[in-house]
Design a protein around this ligand. Structure first.
Ligand SMILES: *Cc1c(COP(=O)(O)O)cnc(C)c1O
Length: 398
């Protein structure tokens, strides 16, 4: 693809860009090849020597690979960033980013709730290198300000919070970060660039678990980081090369394949999720639906300002607590019980499953986790999903 064509399709609509931008063509093949090789050879000593100083430089696939780079160009364009780097998982992207930005003695102010892997990394793993974190509810800006210390380097957050889908004022948090010269990192896995582009709000670094909506087929584990070219060059030279949690070419190729339908998948996920969430909001067994883009939600105005739509993920809370949740989950037919989300298939999970059943008492927060049901609305016919839920809720024992 010529430079001119690349530029044109980069600025096209999302689905057009994902179809045409970033793909090298080989013999006019409509699908790019999988460069399934560990190394690249050179004809001469001089060719190898000179290649090291070129922007496009392939010599070893731990660091760079043409198939992986096609996916990276698409992801950078999708988030409206300068450059992207892929990793072997979302957690590899999270941990490499933290290790790249932080050093001994640094402090992070992290949103809570946050994805559990990120929470464990910041709370239990990084302290062994002298890096500490405090966790606060980013809906309360005073708490964010109060948590900042002289050694704070970073604010870490998610567009929608894990499990409860709470949102916070991104613009205000970016302002706080700028006043205090802090790096802002947003995990945009849940909202996806179909509903939120954090770099356009002034966030410095965007992270994805590409295992979710970006791949969309529940068959690839991958992670991505998107930021400025200079920042991506830095992480490539350090954490990518030295820790080596690299995405394999086959997985990158499968990600490219998944991305070609990202826009239309997200439209269907959003439409079905919105209809199902509305149905649940008026169901007598449901005490609350956690989806701030819905009108009844107390954060509706803020959500409407920040997000251009819904993902297919949300949760709701049931009268009757854990027992009612268990009965519902056991009665569902199409919604399989499982972690993760963002694939073609519908899934159900309760964050209460993370609580040790031997534990005697529950905090208020733990009780909320137990009465919460998280749904990942897949691409099945919406009528079937709706009927499945209504049937499962209509439980004679209640
Ligand atoms: C799944 C997930 C991750 C971790 O990604 P993996 O690909 O499973 O390593 C990180 N953040 C969020 C919000 C996630 O949902």
């Amino acid at each position: 693809m010529s430079k001119l064509q690349q530029k044109a399709s980069k600025d096209a609509g999302m689905q057009t860009m994902l179809t045409h931008y970033g793909d090298e063509t080989f013999h006019g093949a409509v699908i790019p090849p999988i460069f399934m090789n560990t190394l690249f050879t050179y004809d001469t000593y001089e060719a190898f020597r000179d290649s090291q100083w070129k922007e496009e430089n392939y010599y070893y696939s731990r660091v760079s690979n043409p198939t992986v780079e096609i996916a990276e160009r698409k992801l950078a364009a999708l988030e409206n960033g300068e450059a992207a780097k892929l990793f072997a998982s979302g957690m590899a992207a999270v941990s490499s980013t933290l290790l790249h930005c932080l050093r001994q003695g640094d402090h992070v102010v992290c949103a809570f709730p946050i994805y559990n892997g990120t929470f464990q990394m910041l709370k239990n793993y990084l302290p062994k290198f002298g890096i500490t974190a405090d966790f606060v509810d980013f809906r309360q800006l005073d708490l964010v300000r109060a948590a900042i210390k002289p050694n704070t380097k970073m604010l870490f957050c998610e567009g929608f919070s894990t499990f409860f889908m709470d949102v916070f004022d991104i613009q205000a948090v970016v302002e706080i970060a700028r006043e205090n010269e802090l790096i802002t990192v947003m995990d945009n896995t849940c909202a996806t660039p179909a509903t939120l582009k954090p770099l356009e709000w002034g966030i410095d670094i965007v992270i994805h678990s590409a295992s979710k909506y970006l791949c969309g087929h529940s068959d690839v584990t991958a992670g991505a980081v998107i930021s400025s070219q200079a920042w991506i060059n830095g992480i490539k030279k350090n954490e990518v090369a030295l820790i080596g949690a690299t995405l394999a070419p086959l997985e990158a190729w499968m990600l490219i394949r998944g991305l070609k339908t990202f826009g239309i998948r997200m439209k269907q996920h959003a439409e079905s999720a919105t209809q199902i969430a509305k149905m649940l909001s008026s169901h007598p067994k449901v005490s609350r639906v956690n989806l701030p883009t819905l009108e009844h939600h107390e954060q509706h105005e803020l959500a409407k300002k920040q997000f251009t739509g819904n993902p297919g993920l949300f949760s709701f809370e049931m009268h009757g607590g854990a027992a009612a949740v268990a009965r519902l989950m056991n009665r569902l037919q199409y919604f399989k019980i499982g972690v993760s989300w963002g694939g073609f298939e519908s899934l159900v999970y309760s964050p209460g499953l993370g609580i040790d059943p031997a534990q005697q008492s529950r905090t208020e927060y733990e009780s909320r986790l137990e009465r919460t049901v998280r749904l990942s609305i897949g691409l099945e016919d919406m009528e079937d999903l709706m009927a499945d839920l209504i049937n499962a809720l209509d439980d004679e024992q209640d």
